[in-house]
Design a protein around this ligand. Structure first.
Ligand SMILES: O=C(O)CCC(=O)C(=O)O
Length: 328
């Protein structure tokens, strides 16, 4: 069932607002859900953490090769993550999508984004290029970690994927390869939760062992979503797929400061956001690649061209908060 939140922001009342529908608030609890179904205990597992990772940076490439990911707790200063979160939420509040105080990240169910910023791509670029966010995603900590994981000097993609996941929303399973394979093949994604992300907020989920599913990888290797006009997302239900492969879906509760790095052939998505009261889950993903390698032209430049030359306007995040997503 859908309901429409009718929160009205008096400070922005002269600007037309668009009501947006959200799914009804789900019950609370510590279970993970995907596509509305609770992940059965037998299918669910914890992401493996690299303990004491600072003392074994030289071991990270082996961890990446074995698991397809490395989960590093406390890799970024919590205060810097919260500053980036605040910068994003303030801008969402300025278009009436997030209620004040913005730190609570509660969606109002209304939006004045399109009325205030007819160029939605330019608005989203401004949010994604917030200085506090860039310091986090393009700063020395991720430079050092991506270099340790890839075993070479690295550069970040200029383009940043910022996720504002409203209630009920999740990212379908996919390999990142199909979105960014025109340049270097030595690329890692750094997934950065912008705030604490408990299970009910819909954290990242990885299909255990998928970095060695050669049959599935072969179906996607070389696919380019823009050139081939194909959706990159995996068509199969995540829980049913994990059961059919006798594997597990791995996730965990993340804290602000944790970082997960993974390679281009690790099948991943996210759990559903089931936070109560319309609370939004915020995270971003930034790619780092070998500095010496060729670059995928879509993701570099000021602004980067992005999908189909749409730059930041080609992202679902550029749509007013809560509007239906387009599959890519
Ligand atoms: O945060 C999410 O919902 C999905 C993130 C993702 O797909 C990625 O980092 O590649």
């Amino acid at each position: 069932m859908l309901h429409v939140n009718v929160f009205v922001l008096t400070s922005l009342s002269s600007v037309p607002t668009m009501p947006i529908a959200f799914a009804d608030a789900p019950s609370q609890g510590d279970a993970a859900f995907i596509a509305g179904a609770e992940v059965p205990a037998a299918v669910m597992g914890p992401l493996r953490e690299v303990p004491d990772w600072r003392a074994q940076l030289d071991q990270l490439p082996q961890h990446l090769a074995r698991d397809g990911y490395v989960l590093l707790r406390g890799a970024l200063p919590r205060a810097d993550v919260l500053a980036a979160r605040h910068a994003v939420l303030q801008q969402l509040a300025s278009v009436g999508e997030i209620a004040e105080p913005a730190q609570a990240a509660l969606a109002t169910g209304r939006s004045q984004r399109a009325a205030l910023h007819p160029d939605l791509g330019a608005f989203w670029r401004q949010v994604c290029e917030s200085p506090a966010l860039r310091r986090l995603t393009h700063g020395p900590a991720l430079a050092e970690l991506s270099a340790a994981v890839l075993g070479c000097a690295t550069v970040p993609f200029d383009f940043l994927w910022l996720r504002t996941m409203t209630q009920g929303r999740a990212s379908p399973l996919h390999f990142d390869h199909v979105y960014m394979n025109r340049g270097s093949q030595r690329v890692v994604t750094a997934w950065v939760p912008l705030g604490d992300v408990p299970l009910r907020a819909g954290p990242l989920v990885v299909v255990e062992g998928s970095n060695r599913f050669e049959d599935v990888i072969a179906r996607y290797r070389g696919v380019d979503v823009d050139r081939d006009s194909l959706p990159g997302s995996f068509p199969e239900d995540a829980i049913a797929f994990a059961q059919s492969r006798q594997t597990r879906l791995l996730t965990t509760a993340f804290q602000a400061g944790d970082v997960m790095l993974f390679d281009m052939f690790t099948l991943h998505g996210s759990c559903d956001n089931r936070l109560a009261g319309g609370q939004v889950r915020l995270s971003c993903d930034v790619r780092w690649q070998a500095a010496a390698d060729a670059r995928d032209e879509r993701w570099f430049g000021h602004p980067p061209p992005g999908h189909g030359g749409l730059s930041y306007g080609g992202l679902n995040g550029a749509r007013p908060l809560g509007e239906a997503y387009l599959a890519r």
